[in-house]
Ligand binder design. Sequence first.
Ligand code: PBG
Length: 308
Amino acid sequence: MVRETHVRADDFVFPMFVVPGRGVRDEISSMPGNYHLSLDQLGPEIERVIAARVPAVLLFGLPEHKDEVGSEAYAETGVVQQAVAEIKRLAPELCVITDVCLCEYTSHGHCGALDEKGEVLNDPTLKLLSRAAVSHARAGADIVAPSDMMDGRVAALRGGLDEAGFEQVAIMSYAVKYASAFYGPFREAADSAPQLGDRRGYQMDPPNVREALREAALDLEEGADFLMVKPALSYLDVIRTVADEFPLPLVAYNVSGEFAMVKAAAERGWIDERRVAMEILTSIKRAGADIILTYHALDAAAWLKEQD
Ligand code: PBG
């Protein structure tokens, strides 16, 4: 009766990794319980999501081929575009969110196109991102989530979507995304580590919080419908600050490294996975997040059901 914070299955978004081919259901070694899935394997996983009453999934794609500009990111027949259509066919009520970025699709692994010196080209990248978002919307995505951190990309996506007739598709902006070491397992899962250099030129510096407010303000102005802070655990203060300052739904991304640490320690019997995971998810909500992107979504939803 006096509990101030509640975590519910409704709060979760479950990230999924789709790959080309058939019959692929490979567990991602650093993220136990999460899989690389080919299109024909999506059915049972989507059934698990529905059974858990988790309302949304976030899709990442690994392309057949990578190139300099990440062209499979916006190919109409790309793996994510096909997966969106398939999930919408299987479960029309499930909210489908797509990650919009180039890093999984570029040969160099950066989130945008590069010039000859290896610098990311901000403005030319916006056009590619906008094309990717429109192709996701055309496939049936409900929400697009740009994670590239280029300046001006929310406005570019909004413009592109509106022009193509997708005024109803919402933008969940990775507004406050730090250049974090906690993305390690994800880069293995998405095969997206930069081949040269790092992402510090476009992602944020971990010590900064005023910069987070600037990034969030720009995205709000450009038309974002949701703001995201990422990672979550080392940035609970940032979540609280952004939640207090901005009237948009706030999403926190409990990222791959945060998940992998819990899994690894639990496997060794050093911590109780269930209690630790629930404590973490509760702390993220207590800090002010409305929605949590988490690889623990299905397990946590099952634990919550057992409690009822
Ligand atoms: C792509 C992207 C990343 C994550 C989500 N989208 C990796 C990165 O920026 O390197 C990380 C998610 C996670 O670690 O769980 N830009």
